[in-house]
Write a protein that binds this ligand. Structure first.
Ligand code: THU
Length: 127
């Protein structure tokens, strides 16, 4: 799967972000080991702590379809170059990454950057 396609989908879905409070839009696109992709945007709430990040929204959609293994996730914000997943989302990606580890894709000045989730979250939590 072309990572540019994942980033394009993350960009597209970021347009649907519900962000009346932060005005900070994020889109995410997950690639599963079955070769399927799922998108999500952030959506906020007047009770601020209930905000759901784009990454967890996309992962939730994948899980709801029965997917369990994430190969890659692209993250995009029109408000920030090189938008990384927050710490909580890193742990959620960790839960579902394939044994090869998930790739985390960001964009800087229109160019893709690819990181390993395990480099962004060393010593992720397991039960
Ligand atoms: N946000 C995400 O959607 N993903 C991240 O990884 C970082 C933060 C959202 C949450 C909130 O709606 C806005 O960005 C500002 O924190």
């Amino acid at each position: 799967m072309d990572y540019q396609k994942l980033m394009d989908s993350a960009k597209e879905v970021s347009k649907n972000a519900y962000i009346p409070y932060s005005k900070f839009a994020v889109g995410a696109c997950v690639l599963t080991e079955n070769g399927n992709i799922y998108t999500g945007c952030n959506f906020e709430n007047a009770s601020i702590g209930l905000t759901i990040c784009a990454e967890r929204n996309a992962i939730g959609s994948a899980i709801a379809e029965g997917e369990r293994k994430i190969k890659a996730i692209a993250i995009y914000s029109p408000n920030s170059d090189n938008c990384f997943p927050c710490g909580a989302c890193r742990q959620v990606i960790y839960e579902f990454q394939t044994s090869d580890g998930a790739d985390v894709i960001t964009e800087v000045n229109g160019e893709l950057r690819v990181y390993k989730l395990n480099d962004l979250l060393p010593h992720g939590f397991n039960l």
